[in-house]
Design a protein around this ligand. Structure first.
Ligand SMILES: Cc1cc2nc3c(=O)[nH]c(=O)nc-3n(C[C@H](O)[C@H](O)[C@H](O)COP(=O)(O)O)c2cc1C
Length: 363
């Protein structure tokens, strides 16, 4: 039967999964102003727990690592309980759930930092053009401060502490957000990393921060439970790496050396195109990686079925389709209509456009 493999239970990376469909991480700005997950998030994830794996929205490791207000974090112990409620409920429905750990880097604002005054940070000074949405409304991006060596070490520690909290919250694993021009990817890419010390210049030096952060996660989690998201061809916030093939070939080598369990591979420019320039064939990276690969970006039902049948990867993650369709798995299996979510509700707060979408049976 067509599609059988996509929908069948399987075992990957030591985890028993209901199917090969994943919820791609989606920031929805429904946490409290202090970055706590609550009942709304519990309902959102539980509704989608017919997937094999849910990957959470980007979850900040420090307050100033948030890219906007009402985004969740794991920078203090008090934030553990809200996530534990989410995870208990998701586990009852049979899905696994990984926490996407995140530092937004320059794509943050001083008003979000711990004391409300600290400039956003970056590998090297950078003024992002445009505006960021803050609690006070849209404001200009601020000049990002180039991290000192000591500050880099503090951020690596913050990842370790957040990983420990994720474990206490009963997540099944953690995903390092190393895409979309946020801090880890800003270190990797030559357009955003202009350092001339051990953290900049050569590919090896630009990978140093990534290696240290992964090392911190591995202090807490066994390698099989660590996932990483990369978007080697991503153009988020108008920055990328000008020669991505050697850089990301080395990144995947590092992942293999560290025995990282899972690769979440965004194929192309996220949500925009699968073939931006500079382009190279990402199936090489999927084959190079030793563990299970989650494919993402602009997948349709037919593409996902074909990718699984051909063994192009091990799972397919859906982002936007999962926003408007809590029972996306059932809809894909039945080849039923997929509802387009209203983009104006992506970050609008409240249940509307978040947890009020009908299932197929209800509609
Ligand atoms: C509203 C929204 C929020 C997103 N938030 C995140 C995020 O927090 N972390 C992340 O890695 N990607 C994020 N993404 C990207 C998605 O995970 C996914 O890669 C993208 O939508 C492409 O997949 P799709 O074509 O299935 O939607 C977001 C996308 C959308 C539409």
């Amino acid at each position: 039967m067509a599609g059988e493999k996509l929908f069948q239970p399987c075992e990957l990376g030591g985890l028993k999964l209901q199917n090969r469909i994943a919820l791609s991480p989606t920031t929805r700005a429904r946490a409290t102003p202090d970055g706590y997950a609550g009942d709304l998030q519990r309902d959102f994830y539980t509704q989608r727990a017919s997937a094999g794996i849910l990957i959470t929205e980007a979850t900040a490791v420090v307050p100033g690592g948030r890219g906007g207000p009402f985004l969740p974090g794991l920078w203090e112990d008090a934030q553990i309980d809200g996530w534990k409620q989410v995870n208990d409920s998701v586990h009852e429905k049979g899905a696994k759930i990984f926490c996407q750990l995140w530092h937004a880097g320059r794509l943050s604002h001083s008003s979000l930092s711990a004391d409300g005054k600290r400039a956003p940070v970056a590998p090297s000074e950078f003024l992002q053009p445009g505006k960021i949405f803050t609690e006070q409304g849209p404001q200009d991006y601020e000049l990002a401060h180039a991290l000192t060596i000591d500050e880099i070490a503090e951020i690596v520690s913050a990842y370790r502490d957040a990983a420990r909290r994720a474990k206490e919250a009963d997540f099944d694993g953690v995903e390092l957000h190393a895409a979309h021009s946020y801090l880890v990817s800003a270190f990797l890419n030559d357009m955003t990393n202009k350092r001339d010390d051990d953290y900049g210049g050569s590919i090896e030096n630009r990978c140093r921060f990534l290696k240290e952060v992964l090392g911190a996660l591995l202090d807490v989690w066994e390698p099989e439970r660590v996932m990483i998201r990369i978007a080697p061809l991503g153009h988020a916030y108008n920055t990328w790496d000008t020669n991505p093939e050697p850089l990301f070939t080395r990144v995947v080598d590092i992942l293999n050396e560290l025995k990282i369990g899972w690769l979440d591979l965004v194929e192309g420019d996220t949500g925009v195109t699968r073939k931006p320039e500079p382009y190279f064939d990402l199936s090489k990276l999927a084959r190079q990686f030793h563990g299970p690969v989650i494919l993402n970006n602009l997948y349709t039902r037919e593409m996902a079925i074909e990718a699984m049948e051909q063994g192009a990867g091990d799972m397919v993650a859906f982002g936007r389709a999962f926003i408007g369709n809590p029972d996306l798995v059932a809809r894909l299996e039945a080849d039923a209509p997929i509802i387009d979510a209203d983009q104006r509700a992506y970050y609008s707060g409240g249940a509307r456009g978040y947890t009020d979408f009908p299932t197929l049976a209800e509609s």
